[in-house]
Design a protein around this ligand. Sequence first.
Ligand code: 5GP
Ligand code: MN
Length: 322
Amino acid sequence: MKRINDLTGAKTIAIGGHVRPDGDCVCSVMALYRYLKKEVPGAQIDVYLEEPPAVFRILDDIEVIKSEFNTNMCYDVFFALDCNEERLGDAQPIFARAHRRINIDHHISNAGCGDEHVVEPERSSTAELLYELMEPSLVDEEIAKAIYIGIAHDTGVFRFSNTSPRTMEIASELLKFGFDFSSLIEATYYEKTYLQTQILGRAILESVRFMEDRCIVSMVSRRMMEFYQVGPKDLDGIVNQLQAVKGVDCAIFMYEIGTLTYKVSMRSNGVVDVSEVALKFGGGGHVRAAGCTMNGTYHDNINNLSHEIAAQLSRARLREQV
Ligand code: 5GP
Ligand code: MN
């Protein structure tokens, strides 16, 4: 697929993204919604996504998102964005039923699903890839805004190594629409509530380094979340702060989602391929940012992850010696 076109005749279209949607996912879904409204006027377009973090309420039309998935609809086309089929969560059966299933993603761990897929791991974000697939004359200010915020979130505001010259060219094309990019990034990426800041502080304070200080780990329990009155969406960014510690090759952050069940986020400076580590435990992601869900005690999980990370670090050491 070179462009998102050839949708003539499609009367019902659905768009979905991954569970616990992040900035790239929410913005890609909303950008595609706006785009399809123009590309296929008159079609019914539904968006299925878990409730996005509140900061994304600044996006136009965000209220169209359906977070109730009990439908028997059999869509003409279903776009799965920023994930593979398994991570669509409750939207998975709706995707499976659709006549034409299209998958657009940039995760290296996704081999592609559905009838047609465009998976480009070298892309900074799904938003960037989506922009390349759009007919330029249909891109308007709202679409541009969503694409820009999506790219900014997945590149850590144009800072991570996934930022390419093309990413910056696209950002430059988008800025020409004249939206207030500065306050959008501030409001969706940097600004934190007081309680979010407190739990961030607590997680940093309780972090522990191990493996000759090349790894760092911290955990937030359900009791802590209750105490600070925060939910999983309030924990974004903690793992990035841990990774910023000088000398750390790999940062791990876990939060409890159920009895002996943890959601794990990992970050790396590139020495360790955390996507490979996450894949071993049924998750996935990118070389420098990945995640998975693990069962077991906190300490068992650290042990299991450490085993994989240590193997990679010793291979890296061997490479350094050659
Ligand atoms: P985060 O740590 O910010 O939740 O996720 C980092 C990256 O890994 C994101 O690109 C995210 O989509 C991916 N990721 C996180 N958790 C999982 C998971 O359980 N499975 C898969 N396949 N990818 C994940
Ligand atoms: Mn993404």
